[in-house]
Design a protein around this ligand. Structure first.
Ligand code: ATP
Ligand code: MG
Length: 320
């Protein structure tokens, strides 16, 4: 395989929240020891229940956050602790597409200035900016006469296209797509997904694709990681994961997806998760999933299982 574009090693992102009874700061362990590699031109899907830390991983990778532990290696360079100035060249290589195409565009800027802004910040010459804006607008399927209009004049799908054009302005190598279609009409979702796939084929960037839509993740991803409560519990190539999932949490998550094929649906029993989701504030020791796991053994409550490679490229963190 190629050299990874990004290596993520034991990534940790703790947030300080309130005080405990002794007046010490408590910590919310949003991401706690996540490791994986991202390869050039691949799409890595990231799934898991709300609050498991997917967005936090994405924001930490593009260095919108400074991780509280672990390492992020970008093309062999450790960028974990670079300060604001030193991280700038990497910022333009790593972009984020947001869920909400309404909130993420400045309503007082024209489409052309929204798309041009990242280039203007990097002091790209104006003539180059103008040419690139025209090129981007065509690439994302907008019209040149949209350039002088404002975001409120566009539909959700068109706004997402504007956001994507802006994200691609500096020719990023890595794009975090955080629920990029969940705010859009179903009829528009496929168009935006197809466009993201075409852009990747043309430009060869790596995507981290965060979504609750497990069938969309299956469609677009080459590999998929499953997160639970700040931890990566299973990771594999997409067809391996969907056909041979091993972690009880992955099984429960996937069993909640409606299945179109009635024969298959009859064979598949929906697994209903028992127990409460523990808070990632002062979590108990052991496996994060222990309190809800059907197969929980004493060892699961004592020690955190390591990620093991159970078959080539298939990683699992489970004692059993
Ligand atoms: N800036 C922050 N300060 C404090 N806590 C935070 C912050 N950002 C996220 N969290 C907490 O970290 C945990 C993980 O949040 P995150 O947004 O990464 O989850 P997620 O998997 O993206 O969820 P969703 O699917 O709902 O988008 C949650 O418990 C959340 O409340
Ligand atoms: Mg999120």
């Amino acid at each position: 395989m190629d050299q990874p574009l990004i290596e993520v090693k034991s990534l940790q992102m703790y947030f300080p929240v309130g005080n405990n009874i002794f007046g010490r700061r408590k910590q919310l362990k949003a991401v706690d020891g996540v490791s994986f590699d991202l390869y050039p031109a691949e799409t890595f899907g990231l799934v898991g229940e709300s609050g498991c830390g997917k967005t936090t991983v994405g924001r930490a990778l593009v260095r919108l956050y400074r991780p509280t532990g672990g390492r992020i290696i970008y093309r062999g360079t450790d960028i974990t602790d670079l300060d604001e100035k030193a991280v700038q060249p990497y910022r333009s290589k790593m972009q984020m597409i947001f869920q909400d195409p309404y909130a993420s565009l400045n309503p007082r800027m024209t489409v052309s200035s929204i798309i041009a802004e990242p280039m203007a910040l990097q002091q790209v010459p104006q003539a180059d900016i103008d040419a690139r804006v025209r090129e981007l607008v065509a690439q994302v399927g907008l019209k040149q006469d949209h350039l002088n209009r404002y975001p409120h004049e566009f539909s959700g799908g068109q706004r997402q296209r504007i956001g994507i054009a802006r994200a691609l302005a500096m020719r990023p190598e890595f794009v975090v797509c955080d629920e990029p279609i969940s705010a859009l009409d179903v009829s528009i979702q496929a168009q935006v997904i197809n466009m993201l796939e075409e852009l990747q084929a043309q430009m060869g960037m790596t995507y981290l694709f965060v979504s609750h839509d497990l069938s969309m993740v299956r469609h677009i991803s080459h590999r998929v990681g499953v997160m639970y409560l700040g931890h990566m519990v299973e990771l594999a190539e997409v067809e391996e994961l969907y056909s041979n999932m091993q972690h009880p949490y992955t099984q429960a998550l996937m069993s909640a997806v409606p299945i179109a094929d009635p024969d298959l649906a009859a064979q598949t029993r929906r697994i209903v998760l028992q127990g409460d989701v523990p808070q990632p504030i002062d979590p108990p020791p052991g496996c994060p999933f222990a309190s809800r796991c059907r197969y929980c053994k004493p060892v699961c409550r004592e020690a955190m299982p390591d990620m093991r490679e159970i078959s080539p490229g298939h990683f699992l963190a489970c004692h059993l």
